[in-house]
Design a protein around this ligand. Structure first.
Ligand code: MN
Length: 703
């Protein structure tokens, strides 16, 4: 069967015969109008309108919309006029085609201000008739599916425009499937290498995942059965772009993002949804703070579900969406469910009404807005829910990623503002710089000409711009200036020890330089000024006063640069090993505790910024460190021996091992404390462990 025959077969399935007849004549008309034209791929042009119509047929869109889809490029690309279309196919079709032709003239570069006017035109076309945008989205989807025949530059431009404009609109209209597909296709053409690498990684772990998914799925089904909840359970695959986005947005590793298992439960009605969530929470413990009730409070695009995240049987988080069959229809098809399920269900009517209201409000905003830019700003708030929108004290709106702080804001305004910020007023009240901003906050940064970036800001900024500039500043901060500051700080420390700079002899400095391997006195002073070394520590070293009373479980000072002369302990919570990004915390009476950057306990202590110290591993650190590793294995006789021998072969030792009690399943989780000299070594150990066929998962444990 040809593509057009397939299309008409589908159309006959839900349209009246006279409508199908009109569509036949629209198809003939379009084919002869496009006759002789080819697409970049070499296919006859008519293949494109057919494909677009097919996408719309899957949503059961009505005859005028499908007619317009078949004719959508004729006015633009052939001699046919608007008037001819109206004469042959009626006013509605002509208006839809006209709306689409106008949209086609718009080329978006990005969401830059210069494009605001075009964006506004598009949304106004949509506000007049939502079918226009549905056809446009189908048109874009087919163009994205066939993008590979375009030049690389064009591919990138179209992909970016899709990601920034069309995908968010699809999301706003609740068209979930097309939203995800547009994102994945854009990602593929915008970042081809990243896409390939990620796709490969996902494929590589798919086999292991399937087993885990099936096991969890069975457990959930059984529990729902026991609780007499009538529901279907399915596993969900994460889309590549959403994996990528999570990795970038939350700086997580592929493992961390991908180790989350997704499930969907479709129950027969709303009470069953709540019964199901109760049953689940008695099966696996819910992670506090992760339960969301979008049934009681739907998302703006009409989406309804209960969301919960559970601690799964292998220590993996499980994300579950629970909804009724009606809610599922809307979650999948959004505004298109109006055509897809021509029923009188109140939830569908309500969604229709809400979409209409939203589109009307766009019209209102546009008539009130002084200019396109302002209109666009209002709109972004609707379309990009993952961002926060805040105002400068002059009333200009700025978009920042969720979780951004005043320091991120300051750098977003201007690098100089960031570099010199000292305090912030949010809604006219002074708040700490690290406070995350919320939608609608009015933010005023207070600067001082002498102020400089503080290394501790790196603990809470979330934007790349802020991070880069803070790092850059710290690196290039005037060496002289740091050395001068360092000299003053050292003098203070020496005075506290009843000495002073002038009283020091040159041999004391020489000894210190020899011991530390640093080139010059100026370098040490600059280190003090930059906060890499503590004045008090250097003062003690110069005066040869040792502070090492507490030798017990302390490390020699040599392992951590910036800690010389202090008692250093590695935090028990995160157990850092060389190669991990680390930070030191000065604990009165206990010296310094070293944590990893991503350690959760840092956040609890983060208000005490003065006690944090930027430290680094010393390259010469050469010993074995304890590290927590959790292994999920299939229960087989002799598996522990195999694991132990792989660990030994990798040059590591087992310091401690604990097995989780047997729960009758065929898998067991074993908690090891292993010894590794650094991250590279740990990864070697992990690789060895993965050679054991019974090993399902190996993860490093922190906290
Ligand atoms: Mn087209």
């Amino acid at each position: 069967m040809s593509e057009s025959e397939l299309l008409f077969k589908e159309l006959s399935g839900y349209l009246k015969p006279e409508d199908v007849a009109q569509l036949q004549s629209a198809y003939q008309f379009s084919e002869s109008a496009h006759h002789g034209q080819l697409r970049k791929s070499g296919d006859p042009y008519i293949s494109h309108p057919i494909a677009v119509a097919k996408i719309l047929a899957a949503w059961h869109l009505d005859a005028p919309a499908l007619t317009a889809a078949l004719l959508h490029d004729v006015v633009e690309d052939t001699q046919i006029t608007q008037a001819e279309i109206q004469e042959k196919f009626g006013k509605t079709v002509a208006e839809l085609v006209d709306g689409l032709s106008k949209l086609d003239k718009i080329e978006f570069q990005s969401l830059e201000e210069a494009q605001a006017e075009n964006f506004r035109k598009m949304l106004l076309a949509m506000a007049r008739d939502v079918r226009v945008i549905l056809i446009k989205l189908a048109d874009r989807l087919h163009n994205m599916r066939t993008l590979s025949s375009m030049s690389s530059d064009k591919r990138k431009r179209i992909a970016r425009e899709t990601l920034e404009i069309y995908a968010p609109i699809a999301n706003r209209l609740g068209l979930d499937a097309i939203y995800r597909e547009l994102q994945d296709l854009s990602f593929r053409y915008l970042y081809p290498t990243r896409y390939r690498v990620l796709a490969k990684a996902v494929k590589a772990v798919r086999g292991n995942r399937r087993e885990v998914v099936e096991k969890i799925s069975e457990a959930i089904k059984q529990r729902l059965l026991d609780a007499s909840v009538d529901a279907t359970v399915t596993g969900r695959e994460k889309h590549l772009y959403s994996i990528y986005n999570k990795m970038i947005g939350k700086s997580l590793s592929f493992e961390n993002v991908h180790d989350i298992y997704g499930f969907r439960i479709i129950a027969k009605d709303i009470p069953s949804c709540y019964l199901a969530v109760g049953a689940l929470h008695s099966l696996y413990k819910p992670i506090p703070g992760k339960f969301k009730d979008y049934i009681a409070i739907p998302k703006v695009n009409g989406y309804q579900s209960l969301h919960t995240t559970l601690f799964g049987p292998f220590g993996v988080p499980i994300e579950v969406q629970i909804r009724s069959a009606d809610m599922h229809k809307i979650a999948e098809a959004g505004v298109a469910s109006h055509w897809l399920y021509k029923s009188s269900e109140s939830s569908l009517n309500e969604l229709q009404q809400k979409t209409h209201q939203w589109l009307q409000s766009l019209l209102e905003i546009q008539s009130e807005s002084r200019d396109s830019v302002e209109f666009l700003e209002h709109l972004k708030i609707d379309l990009f829910p993952d961002q926060v929108y805040v105002f400068t004290h002059k009333g200009k709106i700025m978009a920042l990623p969720r979780g951004a702080t005043s320091v991120d804001f300051a750098y977003a305004v201007h690098t100089d503002i960031g570099n010199h910020c000292v305090a912030v007023k949010v809604n006219h009240e002074l708040v700490p710089l690290r406070t995350p901003l919320s939608n609608g906050n009015q933010v005023e940064i207070i600067t001082a000409s002498h102020a400089k970036p503080n290394p501790t800001w790196l603990n809470y900024v979330v934007t790349a711009k802020a991070r880069t500039h803070i790092r850059h500043f710290l690196r290039t901060m005037q060496f002289e200036e740091s050395a001068q500051l360092g000299e003053r700080l050292l003098e203070q420390a020496l005075l506290a020890l009843k000495s002073n700079n002038a009283a020091l002899e040159s041999r004391q400095w020489e000894k210190l330089l020899r011991d530390t391997g640093i080139k010059s006195k100026q370098d040490i002073l600059a280190d003090i000024g930059l906060g890499k070394r503590l004045g008090m520590v250097v003062a003690r070293q110069l005066l040869s006063i040792s502070e090492n009373h507490n030798e017990g479980n302390a490390l020699g000072p040599i392992f951590i640069r910036g800690s010389e002369g202090m008692v250093v302990q590695l935090a028990k919570c995160c157990r850092p090993i060389p190669g991990d990004p680390i930070i030191g915390f000065i604990n009165k009476g206990q010296g310094m505790i070293v944590h990893t950057h991503d350690c959760l306990s840092i956040r609890k202590l983060s208000h005490d910024v003065d006690r944090w110290l930027d430290v680094e591993w010393d390259a010469t650190a050469n010993k074995l460190f304890n590290v927590g590793v959790q292994i999920v294995v299939e229960n087989n006789p002799g598996v522990l021996a195999k694991i132990a021998s792989e660990i030994a072969e990798a040059g590591s030792n087992i310091d401690h091992v604990a097995m989780e009690p047997d729960d009758g399943s065929s898998y067991t989780t074993i908690h090891f404390t292993l010894q590794a000299s650094n991250r590279q070594h740990l990864s070697q150990i992990t690789q060895n462990l993965r050679r054991v066929p019974e090993v399902i998962r190996v993860t490093r444990t922190k906290n």
